[in-house]
Design a protein around this ligand. Structure first.
Ligand code: ADP
Length: 622
């Protein structure tokens, strides 16, 4: 058959150019990438062997073989894996399919700089071999028994396809090493790279010398199956890199050897920075092996969604090898494994929080919002999660954190509830009028500013004996709590009888938006604020609901007025004289709108509000 010439997909060529011309100093990773591909190919064929009987068998022991023909400048990596059909060759080595690589290219065009770091961040796989090779030849025969093919490219826009006479199943990759990269033909150099990066590989990585004698380079047991004491931190870090595609080191890991009814081995990692796919819900899971056979690299049943930042590997002999993905979902053994892994991770996070507070806080700043989903989905671990939760508050400032336990330990005298205020951001809630009376009594208020917090307080209404209480809802009973409150500037206070006519004006003018108007005990400096019913939705929750459902009408709320505020006092007098006064009515409407603004809600009619406000300002002398 005659030779066919194909062009690379545009992005592939873009990536290749980057590789070839990159100043990336860590070129040796190409070998890790090729070995990792070979290991995947061996995984796949091992999995197929369980279910299909018509596969080509291999004469050789399953493994990855390295050899060198130094005088021809050739490095050869050969596997007995699944191989590729012609279509697969074109799809896999002519285009970029892996989402990691696409992400890599997007990142590059965003920052528009050839940041060498990024190449390592996303395992860019096969193409990295062009950093050291001037020509690559891939000879492959699919295990299904189809024809063998030869793929050849110099990385300059095109590749050639030829039929091949290869009989063995699997793939042989031959690199013609560049003149100035000849170190990658040196035996000691290559062996060193394999030991450094590929010790985790579950198949033998074999060095074939000139006499075809084979020497195994990697350890025969994978990291997770070894005793903890036989692993170095580097072993774990390297495993993490393979599993996660993260170029940064993990924050921590847990190595579990479980015995008893459901024996398994696992290594679970917590990353130090948010992975790019954290919010893509179906991308999480742990790599599951059964008796050294890779079953799936994203087994969701092994880790709950609220710990979706955790990556890792689990191996067990307790499942049948031919377990399908559907069966995995119904399998009752996986939840038992998951339970233990979750327990281990939560307890080591607790230790981190105790012993390395700063490290924990930086973890929490990134993953706290995700972790809090656990309050909804994992009732059994509520207490562990409550120990891990952190909040900003009236006392922490924008950068500090407080736990529920610390909050309770430093509560004010006679305080019986844990006070919180929810809202869109630290800035928005910290300026809220709802806090005035509490802060003036020295009572700490937690700020709940993650969208998930609204669910958190519903799922976790009590910490020990202390109920979580919104300061923007229902009645606040602060008598005798905390220190003597700071009074407003004005010593004078209107009595309920004096206030009655003014409250009537509020009710008349705002009846379509308000449920009621009441005298407040939570205000010091502001004339009024809006509060929800004890069991109503908070303003923040209403905004979240409205954002997803335009039809959502919301609940009417209660306006509270401050009986000692100077504006209220002068309006009280006005209302006693003539409650139908139009100036008075305008004041009432403007006050209501400012209460909306103060809680971060939009005013009813911004144009009308601005006009009224301007008119009032005009009456003041500047
Ligand atoms: P990735 O490994 O991230 O998918 P690569 O560019 O390294 O990206 O490889 C692309 C694809 O080519 C692989 O997903 C795999 O399907 C195929 N491939 C690469 N090397 C081999 C191999 N040795 N045997 C079989 N298939 C391979």
């Amino acid at each position: 058959m005659s030779q066919e010439i194909h062009s690379f997909q545009a992005e592939t060529q873009q990536l290749l150019n980057l590789m070839i011309h990159s100043l990336y100093s860590n070129k040796e990773i190409f070998l890790r990438e090729l070995i990792s591909n070979a290991s995947d190919a061996l995984d796949k064929v091992r999995f197929e062997e369980i279910t299909k009987t018509t596969l080509l068998t291999s004469k050789l022991e399953a493994g990855i073989r390295l050899s060198v023909k130094a005088d021809e400048r050739k490095l050869i990596i050969e596997d007995t894996g699944i191989g590729m059909t012609r279509d697969e060759l074109i799809a896999n080595l002519g285009t970029i399919a892996s989402s990691g690589t696409k992400k890599f290219l997007e990142k590059l065009s965003e920052s528009d700089k050839k940041d060498a770091q990024l190449i390592g961040q996303f395992g860019v796989g096969f193409y990295s071999a062009f950093m050291v090779a001037e020509k690559i030849t891939v000879e492959t025969r699919p295990a299904s028994g189809g024809d063998a093919w030869l793929w050849e490219s110099q990385g300059n826009g095109t590749y050639a396809l030829n039929s091949s006479t290869r009989e063995e199943r699997g793939t042989r990759i031959e690199l013609l090493i560049k003149e100035d990269e000849k170190e990658f033909l040196e035996e000691w150099r290559l062996k060193g790279i394999v030991r450094k990066y590929s010790d985790y590989v579950t198949y033998p990585v074999l060095w074939k010398d000139k006499e075809d004698k084979e020497e195994r380079l990697n350890k025969s047991t994978p990291v997770w199956a070894r005793q903890k004491k036989d692993n170095t931190p580097e072993d774990y870090k390297e495993l993490y890199k393979q599993l996660s595609n993260d170029w940064q080191e993990p924050l921590m890991w847990e190595h579990i050897h479980a015995e008893g009814l459901m024996p398994f081995q696992a290594v679970a990692f917590v990353p130090s920075a948010v992975p790019f796919d954290l919010y893509q819900r179906d991308s999480h899971g742990l790599h599951l092996y059964v008796r050294r056979v890779s079953i799936t690299d994203k087994c969701k049943e092994l880790i709950p969604e609220y710990l979706r930042f955790v990556s890792g590997v689990v191996e067990t002999d307790e499942l049948p090898l031919n377990v399908s993905r559907e069966i995995l979902q119904q399998n009752n053994k996986l939840p038992a494994i998951r339970k233990q892994i979750v327990k281990k991770i939560l307890s080591s996070l607790q230790n981190l929080a105790k012993n390395e507070t700063e490290k924990y806080n930086s973890f929490y700043a990134q993953f706290g919002a995700v972790l809090k989903e656990g309050f909804h989905f994992d009732h059994d671990n509520h207490e562990a999660l409550a120990e891990l939760a952190r909040f900003r508050s009236t006392k922490t400032g924008p950068d500090g954190w407080v736990s529920l336990k610390e909050y309770w330990e430093r509560k004010a005298d006679a305080q019986k509830e844990i006070y919180f205020l929810s809202g869109p951001s630290f800035e928005a809630v910290s300026a809220s009028p709802h806090l005035e009376s509490l802060t003036s009594r020295g009572i700490e208020v937690l700020f709940l500013t993650d969208p998930i917090d609204e669910w958190f307080v519903m799922d976790y209404p009590k910490f020990g004996e202390a109920a979580l209480k919104s300061v923007a809802k229902g009645q606040l009973d602060l008598d005798g709590v905390g220190t003597e409150p700071r009074k407003s500037e004005n010593e004078e206070q209107a009595s309920p009888e004096q206030l009655a006519p003014l409250l009537e004006v509020f009710r008349r003018k705002c009846s379509d938006a308000l449920k009621d108007v009441k005298i407040s005990n939570r205000l010091v400096d502001s004339p009024c604020c809006l509060v929800a019913d004890e069991h109503g939705l908070s303003a923040h929750m209403e905004r979240l609901m409205k954002a997803t459902n335009k039809e959502f009408a919301g609940n009417k709320r209660i306006l509270e007025v401050n009986p000692s505020h100077p504006i209220i006092l002068s309006l009280v007098k006005k209302a006693q004289n003539n409650s139908a006064d139009t100036a008075l009515e305008e004041w009432v409407e403007v006050l209501y709108d400012t209460a909306l603004l103060a809680e971060g809600s939009p005013v009813r009619n911004p144009g009308v509000f601005a006009k009224k406000l301007t008119k009032m300002l005009e009456m003041q002398k500047v």
